[in-house]
Design a protein around this ligand. Structure first.
Ligand code: GLU
Length: 495
């Protein structure tokens, strides 16, 4: 081994537990990608190891401007802290693959010397022709290896003439066997594998090659990723063998599905982390929920902080079967996180949603205190508080309630009494209003509902509101309450 490789390989960290999250910056962060990042983080944390973030951007055509930044921001927002990566550095960086071109070129040539790769000078026409022949004869297409047979002189001549070429992996004969912690022993006939391109004609590595070289040079001990990469793993294993390197532990996790047949999708708005934030989910709830997608903690408890997850996470709990996304559970968890917030936290979180529909000057803290515990999602708030600015348009039959034995006529009898009773109140708080209304109910010899139901309809134009009629009075304030009651009476008088 010459100095170049010795120098690089002497830096490989050894002896520790090292995982990595290796996203390609091709767009928004998919929920499945975030789950991979989370699992890699949890595995590293639990073992007191290191999490690496590596940006796999060698596919220039699929690269999306700003996607890497979005990954950094999202990981930061949810608290997945990596120990080595583009923004924090580390001993075996750079951690952006496009900045490591030279290394992949050197390793690809080393593989040629080892007899596990070769230069391929086939041009597009020649490759297309091979494909057509295979298609016509219904043979599964793969490169026919014609360049593997070139003599040293032929190669020299083509190189001297400056013929464009790629480097291909030379798949050995036999079988490739590896173990996956989730899927068990996997055995593949090498004859089914193609001599894939590892280095493109512009010197850029392909995903499979850069991924393997980096996992090795970065000392990665555990490769955790989605099971869509399971079928590429035999090629990776062959590359490790070609270099004479030991393979890492493989842990492939099942896909996240929307239901038994459909994956999460962009179109359904449930593929990306950002989609859920936009819909009013809390990042803690999303993170907690995706931890449970494909992994089970084994007990009844399902609400865990990131630190708690890091203590209990284990590879044994990962299941092979596809993880079906369950909105009910996510909503329940989200509600649980909302309920667990302090008054201040909840008020801060709810305020933008209250402000979406409320412009009146109200005690938002009081409103927030009523909402907390009633909404599973912050995005449900606007429809709960939409009556605060103005009574919702409604028909008189909204006053009708068979159970409470009341209707518009009943309301017309009761509301003036309510108005009179409340106008005399000097203190405007829940207890005072409650005492006044209770006294009125007793005086009128009615049931609570016969007074409270018409009040709610008159004050909100709705039959369901967060909090009862008395809370609505508190939210609206005395003047607004009385003016709404009077307006309701006037409307009822006209029918
Ligand atoms: N760059 C691959 C991706 O975007 C990484 C696969 C792996 O983790 O090995 O998902």
């Amino acid at each position: 081994m010459d100095n170049y490789f010795e120098n690089i390989e002497s830096k490989i960290p050894r002896g520790g537990f090292r995982t990595r999250f290796a996203p390609s910056p091709t767009g928004f962060l998919h929920l499945g990608g975030l789950r991979t990042a989370l699992y890699a983080y949890l595995l590293a944390k639990k073992a007191d190891g290191v999490l690496i973030l590596r940006i796999e951007d060698t596919d220039r055509e699929r690269r999306v401007e700003g996607a890497a930044e979005l990954i950094f921001e999202t990981l930061d927002a949810v608290g997945i802290a990596y120990d080595e990566g583009p923004n924090v550095g580390g001993p075996v960086g750079p951690y952006v693959q496009s900045e490591r071109r030279e290394i992949y070129g050197a390793y690809a040539r080393r593989l040629i010397e080892n007899g596990h790769a070769y230069r391929c000078f086939c041009d597009k026409e020649s490759l297309d022709e091979q494909r057509l022949i295979h298609e016509a004869s219904r043979v599964a297409h793969k490169y026919d290896r014609r360049c593997a047979a070139l003599s040293a002189e032929e190669i020299e001549a083509k190189l001297a003439a400056g013929t464009s070429h790629v480097i291909r992996q030379k798949v050995a004969e036999g079988k490739t066997v590896f173990n996956d912690a989730v899927y068990g022993r996997i055995e593949v006939e090498n004859s089914t594998l193609e001599d894939q391109v590892i280095l493109k004609s512009d010197g850029m590595p392909t995903y499979n090659f850069a991924n393997v070289v980096d996992d090795r040079l970065m000392g990665v001990t555990h490769v955790i990723r989605g099971n869509e990469f399971l079928s590429s793993t035999p090629k990776h294993v062959l590359l490790y063998e070609g270099f004479g390197w030991e393979t890492p532990e493989y842990i492939h996790v099942p896909q996240i599905m929307r239901n038994a047949t459909k994956k999460l999708s962009k179109r359904d708005g449930d593929a990306y982390f950002g989609d859920f934030i936009e819909r009013g989910y809390l990042k803690e709830a999303i993170l907690n929920y995706i931890a449970l997608l494909g992994w089970s903690p084994g007990g009844e408890e399902e609400k865990f902080t990131l630190d708690e997850l890091a203590q209990i996470f284990s590879i044994d709990g990962i299941s092979k079967s596809p993880a079906i996304f369950d909105y009910q559970k996510l909503n329940w968890l989200n509600g649980a996180y909302l309920r667990a917030m302090s008054d201040d936290e909840y008020h801060t979180a709810a305020l933008p949603y209250i402000k979406k529909v409320v412009t009146r000057d109200i005690d938002t803290r009081y409103v927030a205190s009523i909402l907390q515990g009633r909404c599973e999602l912050l995005s449900e708030i606007p429809e709960q508080v939409d009556f605060i600015d103005a009574v919702l348009p409604h028909e008189p039959d909204l006053y009708e309630n068979k159970k409470m034995k009341t209707d518009a006529a009943g309301a017309l009898k009761v509301l003036p009494e309510v108005c009179a009773a409340l106008s005399g109140l000097s203190a405007w708080d829940k207890d005072a209003i409650h005492a006044e209304i209770t006294a009125l109910v007793a005086k009128l010899e009615m049931k609570n509902g016969q007074v409270l139901w018409p009040m709610r309809v008159a004050l909100s134009g709705k039959t369901f509101t967060p909090g009862g009629s008395i809370e609505i009075c508190v939210i609206l304030g005395k003047d607004e309450t009385l003016s709404r009651l009077k307006a309701a009476i006037e409307r009822l008088e006209k029918i």
